[in-house]
Design a protein around this ligand. Sequence first.
Ligand code: NAG
Ligand code: NAG
Ligand code: NAG
Ligand code: NAG
Ligand code: NAG
Ligand code: NAG
Length: 503
Amino acid sequence: MKRSPEFSLQCLQFMVMVLSILFTGTEAGRLDIPRLSPTRGTLIENPEIMSSKAVSDDLQTFYYPQTLDHFNYQPQSYATFEQRYVMNFKHWGGANGSAPILAYLGAEAPLDGDLTVIGFLSDNAIRFNALLVYIEHRYYGKSIPFGSREEAFKNASTLGYFNSAQAIADYAEIIMHIKKKLNAFYSPVIVIGGSYGGMLASWLRLKYPHVALGALASSAPILYFDKITPRGAYFSVVTKDFKEASETCYRTIRNSWSVIDKIASQPHGLSILSSKFKTCKPLKSSSELKNELGNMYATAAQYNQPPRYPVTVVCGGIDGANEKQDILSKIFAGVAAYRVNRSCYINQPTNGSETAVGWRWQTCSEMVIPIGIGKNTMFQEQPFDLNSFIEQCMRLYGVPPRPHWVTSYYGGHDIKLILQRFGSNIIFSNGLRDPYSRGGVLENISESIIAIHTVNGSHCLDILPEKESDPEWLVRQRETEVMIIKRWIAQYYADLKAILIKQ
Ligand SMILES: *[C@@H]1O[C@H](CO)[C@@H](O)[C@H](O)[C@H]1NC(C)=O
Ligand SMILES: *[C@@H]1O[C@H](CO)[C@@H](O)[C@H](O)[C@H]1NC(C)=O
Ligand SMILES: *[C@@H]1O[C@H](CO)[C@@H](O)[C@H](O)[C@H]1NC(C)=O
Ligand SMILES: *[C@@H]1O[C@H](CO)[C@@H](O)[C@H](O)[C@H]1NC(C)=O
Ligand SMILES: *[C@@H]1O[C@H](CO)[C@@H](O)[C@H](O)[C@H]1NC(C)=O
Ligand SMILES: *[C@@H]1O[C@H](CO)[C@@H](O)[C@H](O)[C@H]1NC(C)=O
């Protein structure tokens, strides 16, 4: 295996995931695993959403002096760093009425993008009379320990504090701090997250029930660890999405890899491929091209959201090419349809985004999501190889990943058996066209640990802003989520009232 599963788990991804130059090997490299971002699709479609003008004036930024290490009492653990969070009081019903708090838990990216792209909070503030809180994940954006990114990312000694348990403890501490500051002791808190952030939301509810009354975990693949989910599931869904969009498109893609290999093996083959695909830099290997194409298909499937439906766009290009054209011209037509009007299309220069850099550490330490490519997909087979993954991580950081820690600490195996009589108030929402949905919770576990999915939904779609053009099934999914959360809150107020009367 040349590359690690690195498709990060953001709802929001800022740029094309040409991650992992570091993971590119010499043989036919495997694909980067799609990142887990809630918002990436949205940003690709609507870059203007990131402009600072779009950010509401009602948002106020705060910093909390966060403890470096919550879990031991050695002197160096008491160091602090400034952790960013943002609040919007506009629709809050206030502490006196114990009005709710909706808290968004940041994922593997700076918080800035989430403020506009996570619509679930702003769209629902008025429906819940809620205070909105957005908290940045440690080691991203402005929430960097050790005084600088350079220092924080220097080596495993400083990166060691960069993990989910610390992040969830940070969120718990900030939420408690806000409630205290506002005298909002009885305000119910609903935590919301997408993708990796969705995992954090569900885990926070399970570990800190006194901090959050409930969680909305959108597209959270909490079961894509160990061997709970078949390793090939991700790319089977990518394949299925393309096949359903167009059988001919699927076949063209499936047949293209061997053609790329064949041309690459000829004299001047790489320069032929470079010019055919209008690459920004000459290709150094065919796997560079294959990885980027694979990433593009995976991204299109993961963020296959209405109204554009990127899978349909790619296939429109491929199928729309002249029947007489050769197979690679058809593939290029798909690339060009998706990445419109570029001066060049493959191998664009990038500066390793914060997400790429941070997520690489996270996947190399704790978030080992073993995605491979099995048989019967439209890709070349590429099983996940844990040993070579561990070796790469050792080379990068000098410490090995701990692939079984997530399931030891949070669980995941036999989730229904374990959680049917433990825990409550979690919604696991998914769109089944999202390849990560296969690692999500797709079955109702109990009365209040609930799976809500849509057949045609994509990654984190339900927590993106409501739009006029939203299809009926998406509107209904969101309505169901709101209704369930309202029920939790009503129940909580009834319990609160009963207890206060007794006192
Ligand atoms: C909340 O209640 C307290 C005590 O009843 C009162 O003094 C205060 O003015 C109220 N605050 C608001 C914002 O209504
Ligand atoms: C990280 O760097 C510091 C300072 O340069 C050094 O003291 C420490 O041993 C290094 N840790 C690792 C794991 O290499
Ligand atoms: C792409 O370029 C063509 C020709 O310059 C132009 O007509 C078209 O509007 C552009 N499309 C987009 C999406 O920018
Ligand atoms: C990368 O960073 C350099 C220096 O900060 C900048 O000039 C360049 O535009 C960046 N390139 C990309 C592709 O973001
Ligand atoms: C789980 O239960 C809810 C109602 O509480 C329902 O809307 C939903 O469709 C169920 N999910 C599945 C996967 O059956
Ligand atoms: C999902 O999309 C397909 C193809 O666009 C359509 O035929 C199907 O009816 C949709 N299913 C639902 C449940 O909306």
